[in-house]
Design a protein around this ligand. Structure first.
Ligand SMILES: [Zn+2]
Length: 89
């Protein structure tokens, strides 16, 4: 037992879980398009900040967008709703 304790220095190789990146291409199931897509964010609030000039004109100085979503993802060719693909990203 003692002998074994002496020689107990041994190496353990700890292998980290090796992840192979899987690139699944998004392909539209309806028209097989895999190049063009677009996204539509619903419920967007646009804030425009104005500064009034001395002669009473309103000059827009800043625009702000607040996105509430949901975000929808569409095929750029046949415009099919592919939001279910978007969840994989
Ligand atoms: Zn399509």
């Amino acid at each position: 037992m003692e002998e074994r304790a002496k020689n107990s220095a041994y190496r353990i190789k700890v292998r980290k879980p090796f992840k192979v990146p899987v690139f699944e291409k998004v392909v539209c199931p309806y028209c097989k398009n895999q190049d063009e897509f677009y996204e539509v964010v619903e419920n967007v609030a646009l804030y425009v900040h104005y500064l009034q000039t001395e002669d009473g004109r309103l000059e827009p100085i800043e625009e702000e967008l607040e996105l509430y979503g949901p975000t929808k993802f569409y095929c750029g060719k046949c415009h099919a709703d592919l939001t279910f693909f978007r969840k994989k990203f």
